[in-house]
Design a protein around this ligand. Structure first.
Ligand SMILES: Cc1cn([C@H]2C[C@H](O)[C@@H](COP(=O)(O)OP(=O)(O)O[C@H]3O[C@H](C)C(=O)[C@H](O)[C@H]3O)O2)c(=O)[nH]c1=O
Length: 176
């Protein structure tokens, strides 16, 4: 795997190193040793999948409150997403800044999302699946969020929103 810095401190875009032959390709998509050497969380006790039927579906912007803040590695295993992270760490040089990345089954790109970031995505195709590696394991009742359309961030989503959960429409505006 090849780890690229992003415009947000400590977040990494991870590129697969695909071994291509006549059958197709083989690539490593998680490795505690490579992750540790890259300086990111190395061990992920939980993996989850998000299946999304329609293009334009928006999930986010979510985070878990401390002490259950999560780090994640996410990638699209089917279809494609515009994946967005917001740095919500007050002491960070990139505090309040967001960045979006196109992750798709085709490009195989993965995103490392450190603790203290809000995460969300909008699907770019129907029948899109997102695979999450998460640490620590999910603890119900500690979820929080910021609005996908909060003017404090002015996230430039690529498509009109087709489907969104009511909870994601009513997060409070960011006062931080
Ligand atoms: C996140 C999570 C949820 N759940 C249960 C809790 C609910 O009963 C059900 C659906 O959860 P939720 O509606 O919060 O799923 P999303 O709205 O897609 O939330 C996720 O989407 C955004 C973009 C994220 O980055 C987070 O991983 C997560 O917040 O799965 C679990 O059992 N484990 C988990 O890790």
């Amino acid at each position: 795997m090849i780890f690229h810095e992003t415009g947000l401190a400590d977040a990494r875009l991870i590129e697969q190193e695909r071994h291509v032959d006549d059958r197709g390709h083989f690539a490593r998509v998680a490795c505690a040793g490579e992750f540790a050497r890259a300086g990111i969380e190395a061990d992920y006790p939980q993996a989850s999948v998000s299946h999304n039927t329609r293009a334009g579906t928006l999930r986010g912007m979510h985070f878990q409150r401390p002490p259950h803040a999560e780090a994640k590695v996410v990638r699209a295993t089917r279809g494609a997403v515009f994946d967005v992270i917001i740095d919500l760490r007050p002491g960070s040089p990139t505090f309040r800044r967001w960045q979006g990345f196109e992750l798709s089954a085709g490009n195989g790109r993965m995103l490392y999302i450190p603790k203290g970031f809000a995460h969300g995505f909008q699907t770019l195709e129907d029948e899109t699946d997102v695979l999450y590696l998460i640490t620590p394991a999910f603890v119900p009742g500690h979820g929080d969020g910021v609005r996908f359309d909060d003017p404090a961030f002015a996230i430039d989503w690529p498509l009109p929103v087709s489907v969104i959960a009511e909870k994601d429409r009513i997060w409070p505006l960011f006062g931080g």
